[in-house]
Design a binder for this molecule. Structure first.
Ligand code: SF4
Length: 361
């Protein structure tokens, strides 16, 4: 079986390991690029959100690379995510692609065992494969999180712009290749030592919380590599969602107490759950204000129902907690230059506010 799946950010690193160790050949298409977007936008319904257009383009790339199976996650979402697999299935079959489509939901996870039974002779082998695949995959996912978080902290402080990102890319490539847990642990120890020893400078210590729709927060192509660029502008970013947290929140139900806590915080402003991390966006924004973050950036696709609806609550939070919020809508027509005009103005505002607050009265 040569399987592919729509991915975002570095999530393919643990997923590649899981697939390989389960005996499934993973077909990972090249990173998102303008061609993927143009192709997806041409084939998708005009007003559907940008994550659909990009993932559609990406799946086509994978099918052209020889994938014979497409694995999607889905669920009973109130937004469009619930019908992504079905819609993309219709479009791809209309284009003449022949493939098997597997839709994984929380209520049909046993589907994985059924698929594995087609590949492996007996249940003992399957159980052994599952244990190894998920333990190494989880180790990699956790390490990915630690490496990305380390970079979020070091990047704004680096003296030589771009050094942290270079190290991060190097260690992520090696993390992707690692075959054993011990190798993964050694890699992190070395990465931490190397990255911490980079020459550093004094900074104002401005912290920005990144909230919004999962794909827009995690995938650098769609957000014009915002998390890295903010770091280079001496801003310490803290995305509420990362590849590891997305996998943990939605598959293994990790961090339930944290999610419950932010859900509780969100209640006054947003007592609904319409999908796409709406409640988490509101809850984490309030938490950021209470934890004295300097600003919030809200990333969402144009025409995304959950985030268009909860946007007005963010404006109230900004007023009530006196915290600047910048809301950025993304689609295939968003221009990088105009996007960064707004980001740079916001960063300038945060820097001036910080200086004003620090000045003795
Ligand atoms: S959350 Fe928004 S962008 Fe994501 S699938 Fe739902 S409607 Fe589309």
């Amino acid at each position: 079986m040569r399987a592919t799946f729509p991915y975002m950010g570095n999530i393919y690193i643990p997923l590649r390991t899981i697939f390989k160790n389960l005996g499934i050949e993973p077909i990972i298409p090249p990173p998102y690029n303008q061609e993927t977007l143009t192709m997806g936008a041409k084939l998708a319904p005009e007003l559907i959100c940008i994550p659909f257009k990009l993932t559609l383009g990406n799946i086509i790339n994978a099918l052209q690379q020889g994938a014979d199976t497409v694995i999607h996650t889905s669920g009973r979402w109130s937004c469009r995510y619930g019908y992504y697999p079905f819609l993309s299935g219709i479009i791809l079959r209309d284009l003449g692609f022949k493939f098997r489509q597997i839709v994984l939901r929380r209520d049909n996870l046993l589907e994985i065992v059924k698929i594995l039974k087609e590949i492996h002779p007996n249940y003992t082998t399957i159980i052994r494969k599952i244990i190894r695949a998920f333990s190494l995959g989880y180790e990699k996912s956790k390490t990915l999180e630690k490496l990305e978080r380390l970079a979020f902290f070091i990047r704004p402080r680096e003296k030589n712009t771009g050094e942290t990102s270079r190290y991060l890319r190097y260690y992520l490539t090696n993390l992707d290749k690692a075959k054993r847990s011990q190798e993964v642990r050694n890699l992190f120890t070395e990465a931490r030592k190397k990255m911490r020893s980079l020459p550093q400078k004094e900074i104002k210590g401005i912290r920005v919380k990144i909230v919004g729709e999962s794909f827009c927060v995690i995938e650098p192509f769609v957000n014009f590599n915002l998390l890295e660029k903010l770091g280079e502008m001496e801003i310490e970013v803290d995305p509420f969602l990362t590849a590891h947290r997305w996998l943990g929140f939605h598959s293994l139900r990790l961090g339930r107490s944290e999610v419950k806590e932010v859900g509780h915080l969100a209640e006054t402003y947003w007592p609904f759950c319409v999908g796409g991390e709406d409640k988490n966006t509101i809850g984490y924004s309030i938490k950021a204000a209470k934890d004295n973050y300097d600003g919030i950036i809200h990333l969402h696709p144009f025409a995304c129902m959950p985030h268009t609806s909860c946007g007005s609550s963010l404006e109230r939070i900004s007023r009530d907690y006196n915290i600047p919020v910048l809301s950025l809508s993304l689609d295939e027509f968003t221009q990088e230059a105009s996007f960064y005009n707004r980001v740079e103005a916001f960063v300038e505002l945060l820097k001036r506010k910080k200086t004003r607050l620090e000045r003795p009265r």
